[in-house]
Design a protein around this ligand. Sequence first.
Ligand code: GLY
Length: 376
Amino acid sequence: MQVRPRDPLPVPTDLKERCSHALAFAATQVRNLTERHPDLLPLYTRNGLWNHEGEAWTNWCEGFVAGQMWILYRHTRDPFWKDTAIHYSNLLRGREHDRDVHDLGFIFWSSWKRWHDETGDDALQDVIVQAGQTMGLRFKEKGQYLRSFVSDESIFIDIMMNVGIIFHAALATGDEELWNKVHAHCHTSRRYLVRGDGSTSHEGIFDLETGAFLRQTTHHGWRDDSSWARGLTWSMYGFGTVYTYTGDARFLQTAELNAQYYMEHTQHHGVPPNDWTEVNPASPYESSAAAIGACGFFQLARLVSDPVRARAYHEYACQIMETLTGPEFLAEGIDGWEGIMRHGVYLRRKGLGVNESVMWGDYFFLEALSRAMEYE
Ligand code: GLY
């Protein structure tokens, strides 16, 4: 049974004004990107610049430029943003069949799904549904999970943020088998990747012969038993979204457990480091986790029935947005900086995009601005 989120709680007027200002700055930066580097779909900046030869590790961010344009169109109704968003969404054509990544939710939810939501054009559904069906092909019967891009034996917490498109495809086509697979993946992730204290593991490894779970590991975090912040926010926002599709209260509980961990371990400003347990982090902040977290907290506030907890999540999301729209994080006035939000981290272990702008960070920052302004 699907759950419809309640109307959002009100956001203080001064924060809304800050968000509106940040959105105008974002529009300038996105327009500059399209003019300086037409059709470039980057992951992270180097010294604030998008165009460089840095390694990608995997290709998962290509939908987020179009996604930012669709959000800007939603707010401005400026035909420039619609035309540009359609152009950038079309650059993704063919990726709906891509079996090399577990990120088709990231790629198509931000772009084609928003395109569909804005225009109601049902002809777009074929591509969105295909992306969900392609994701379903990653399912491993033994172990009951969707495999990550690295190997058959591997599951990532990030996949929880990609399952929405599979639920969407299963619903649109009435495909019960696909629905059962994605549902099983969510239970497997909950069981093996979310810990009792609400922290999460980035990766899990299975025995391919027996399907038995072997161990928790990480590519992004400090240690295998530590807590990579962005992974936790993928989990919190992802499980909250899964609750809206399934109405299964266990998924809401998991999202709340993640939320509790986030609030208990993060300083008052609301921005975590790359890993909460790392002793000497390379940067004190991982702003993209905060932007994803803000979206997850805004969503939770509209899902839980207890008004006290709903208000607490809402106010926490507002606190994060107060911080992210301030001078430390908004790249406004930083000469030559091409991103929107500073102090993101991509892949700390490989030294990729550390203390930089990151494309998904900018996208979820815009989504959080949009939520704060009650457009989502
Ligand atoms: N690939 C998802 C992430 O880096 O968070």
